[in-house]
Design a protein around this ligand. Sequence first.
Ligand code: PMP
Length: 311
Amino acid sequence: MTQQTWAFLGGEQIPEEDAKVGVKTHALHYGTAVFEGIRGNWNGRLGKVSIFRLKEHYERLLRGCQILRINLPYSVDDLCKITVDLLEKNGFSEDVYIRPLAFKGEQLVANLNLNAVEDEFTLIIIPFGSYIDNNRPLRCQTSSWRRPMDSSMPTGVKITGLYTTSILAKTEALAAGFDEAILLNQDGSVSEGSGENLFMIRDGVISTPSETDNCLLGITRDSIIQLAQNELGMKVVQRHIQRSELYLADEVFLTGTAAHLTSVGELDNRKIGSGETGPITMKLQDLYFATVVGDLENYANWCTMVTPSGN
Ligand code: PMP
């Protein structure tokens, strides 16, 4: 017998197959939704799923809701509890991906006034292994698609409509035989990957595009900045980065909830450093993977440990 999977919709846990929306849903037509991507990492030693930085993900979701004028009847604490309860109910004892979606849920088309459309919230959890192969350095391509500027579309939060650009860029890169796309800003400076933030290392200094470079303010990005500074004593600079700086970097890596921390070995058919995963990237990978399963004591407060109870 297959196990029942549960979702959250309309304020309650329901069987996932019953969690449906209608064809006139506003968000389906206009991208009027905000989502999060959260990972639960299975810690076999403890027999628990470690949800990484749950609170920070919901803080970002609510920032997106504020921009899109989505009023949820939930606080960050309520959303964390809804998530832990649903994970427990599903009883997953493996790596999972947690996808909350706050959306304009009214059955209403031909209305572009956000204030007139009712809101909805749903949450699904799926078993989820690796998103991208992080055992080998990625081959990346500078995308022909540019990251939208915040003046066209808010870029610091995960508004669904914004992902059209990411999807065009990723599809283009895969079709050309690459693993991932790097998107530039309108001015040609570096923004980020299709679903990851970007870091480069040169002469022992780590640099990453800043908040004003239209990248998403990634939670993995923030975690890596803290780990690099606190655990490796490294300097991390947030600044404008030019494309050619990446070609000349010693190491480049991408960070994201789905992609974890993945090294970039090649960009536009040019090797970065030796083309292999560099020594600092490796150290950060080790620290990061220990952190996300709750094994680093100093960062235990980043992890919400959940014991699967089963349904
Ligand atoms: N940039 C984009 C466009 C993303 O979709 C993601 C994934 N959420 C990231 C960066 C990385 O953000 P985080 O580390 O919070 O997952």
